[in-house]
Design a protein around this ligand. Structure first.
Ligand code: BMP
Length: 249
């Protein structure tokens, strides 16, 4: 595995003919492991990656996660750890080290930590041949209170001029050389604005259950579509994915 994460996910997307990332977010259930493997077995030909969140990271052990990532890789898919990492450098470092040992290919981080910490996360992930994906604008309704808040550009009292937080996050993401950015599909105007300025692929959650549409996201610049419940909870997840893929194409 010598290619970068950015290259690997692009390759997986070409090979599978799909830019869908499955948000593998099951509800609590007694047969969690069996369920997860059943889903991957059914859908692996039509997705390029699996995003794993606390729904599995908390109940699963280190070896459960390593085994799951092995299965994901055996299907030539990438695996993304969605922990929205957001801590001091030393703690970020150890988290990334464990995630890489578990076989994750990339980690989602929150740029609120600032440039030094974000740079050090990117450096560490790249040393381990993993990727860093930074949140720029989240998909939930209250995202405007944080990501949309108007903030002063600099940190000195004499700095003037206010910009939305997400503009700063985008600049930070670009200047730290992240491998991708998360922009929710629920705000098409913001998605379009960010996509006009983007230098790295856009990963968009918020499609289906949260109100964003595939068609809008595709039109407004999303590169990878992160979708969970509207696939997992549909009566026929395979047909649902195929229908989403038809819309994208
Ligand atoms: P769903 O398609 O079921 O709404 O799942 C979306 C997934 O993406 C969830 O894992 C959620 O935690 C994550 N997510 C999101 O919904 N919005 C964001 O802005 C960032 C996320 O990581």
């Amino acid at each position: 595995m010598t290619e970068s994460f950015r290259h690997r996910i692009a390759q997986a997307s070409r090979d599978k003919g799909s830019s869908i990332i499955l948000a593998l977010d099951p509800q609590e259930r007694p047969d969690l492991r069996e369920y997860v493997y059943r889903v991957i077995d059914k859908l692996h030909n039509h997705i390029c990656a699996v995003k794993i969140n606390f729904h599995l990271i908390l109940p699963f052990s280190f070896s459960d996660l390593r085994e799951l990532n092995e299965v994901i890789h055996n299907h030539q898919l990438q695996s993304i750890a969605d922990i929205k990492l957001n801590d001091i450098g030393e703690t970020d470092d150890i988290a990334i080290s464990y995630l890489s040992k578990m076989g994750f290919d990339a980690v989602i981080v929150n740029p609120f930590i600032g440039k030094n910490e974000l740079l050090s996360i990117v450096k560490k992930t790249h040393e381990l041949n993993c990727g860093t994906i930074a949140l720029v604008y989240m998909s939930h309704e209250g995202a405007n209170e944080g990501y949309g808040a108007l903030v002063k550009r600099g940190t000195s009292p004499s700095d003037t001029g206010f910009v939305p937080m997400y503009n700063l996050f985008l600049e930070l993401a670009h200047s730290c050389n992240v491998d991708g950015i998360v922009v929710g599909a629920t705000q098409p105007k913001i998605l379009r604005q960010i996509s006009a300025e983007k230098k790295v692929p856009i990963y968009s959650p918020g499609i289906g259950k949260q109100g964003g549409t595939i068609a809008d996201a595709a039109e407004n610049g999303t590169d990878y579509f992160i979708i969970g419940r509207s696939i997992l909870e549909s009566n026929d997840p395979l047909q649902e994915i195929l229908s989403i893929l038809r819309t994208i194409s």
